[in-house]
Design a protein around this ligand. Structure first.
Ligand code: PDD
Length: 295
């Protein structure tokens, strides 16, 4: 099947989809993005993703390329034209094309790229059964990790280190030895009392839409969540560890560096959460994270 991408107002063959050499996203990482999961043809938490996109754009003073309503129509059209049942939508907005100058152009025309890709749930399901390994690495990123920018080089270096170590993800730690998040995921632990612990939303981490959806699901289930930073040592000795992201939903972690977590199998709290998530994404409600991204 011929894949189609949306680039600045046009639906184009994916292999020919391209942006200008002086696009500020290409030259300065002057842009933001979203990854929205698609399950059974429906976007999951599209409102939460649009809210976070609006926040990222406004923090960087990049004008929205079109209204949210119009953008949603384009997203659904891209899903339809690519016949994606299960997969994800990638959406990127940059400050547009302008002669190279670090300062903003005076009258920017934001550039918008949207494409969709099918992805089987097989890898996610196998990770859910066996659990994955993570390593810990120093966090080398800038001070505004709450903005979902395309400036992902430290994240790429961290993920590559994980890959070379035979691990699935790298959890990053700050100068105080406290975990911030994964290179493309949010980090969670379960303490001995069965409480879920995750770092509070601040400039230190990206406030994951999956993180917010999980909070809503867990509140319904009556599990306790404590939002506080946790150390590398706490992570290594946690009862359970898991990570969240749009592509992996909730994924159990069974090894951190050279330490096995629990009995080396996904723990019962994490399994309960994964079950809730599966029934959420396969049910009728799709906007449980809406209204949870704060300004
Ligand atoms: N990554 N933290 C970072 C640094 C991320 O890049 C992501 C998402 C998350 C989880 O956010 P969410 O639950 O909204 O997906 C946390 C996406 C999936 C990516 O870059 O592919």
């Amino acid at each position: 099947m011929n894949r189609i991408a949306y680039v600045n107002g046009q639906y184009t063959a994916h292999h020919a989809a391209a942006v200008h050499v002086e696009d500020r996203g290409y030259q300065f990482s002057d842009g933001v993005y979203e990854v929205i999961p698609v399950v059974a043809g429906k976007q999951i938490d599209s409102v939460g993703h649009m809210e976070r996109l609006a926040r990222s754009l406004s923090e960087l003073r990049i004008p929205a390329p079109m209204s949210e309503r119009a953008m949603n129509l384009v997203i659904n059209e891209v899903i339809r034209r690519n016949r994606v049942r299960n997969g994800y939508v990638y959406l990127q907005v940059t400050r547009g094309v302008a002669p190279r100058d670090h300062a903003f152009p005076t009258d920017p025309d934001s550039a918008l790229v949207i494409y969709a890709r099918p992805k089987s749930s097989a890898a996610r399901k196998s990770n859910a059964e066996t659990g994955v390994a993570v390593i810990t690495v120093p966090d080398q990123r800038w001070a505004r990790r709450d903005i979902k920018t395309v400036s992902l080089l430290p994240n790429c270096l961290a993920k590559q280190a994980a890959k070379e170590a035979g691990a699935y993800e790298a959890f990053m730690y700050d100068r105080e030895g406290m975990i911030t998040e994964g290179s493309s995921t949010n980090a969670w632990i379960v303490d001995q009392e069965g409480r879920l612990i995750t770092r509070p939303a601040s400039n230190d981490i990206l406030n994951g839409v999956t993180r917010l959806a999980l909070m809503a699901l867990v509140e319904e289930a009556g599990l306790e969540i404590v939002e506080r930073p946790f150390s590398v040592e706490e992570l290594r000795s946690a009862r359970e560890v898991f990570l969240t992201s749009s592509s992996g939903m909730a994924t159990p972690v069974v090894k951190v560096d050279d330490r096995v977590i629990g009995n080396g199998r996904p723990g019962s709290v994490t399994c309960g959460i994964m079950e809730r998530f599966e029934s959420y994404v396969s049910g009728d409600e799709t906007e449980i994270a809406a209204g949870r991204i704060s300004a």
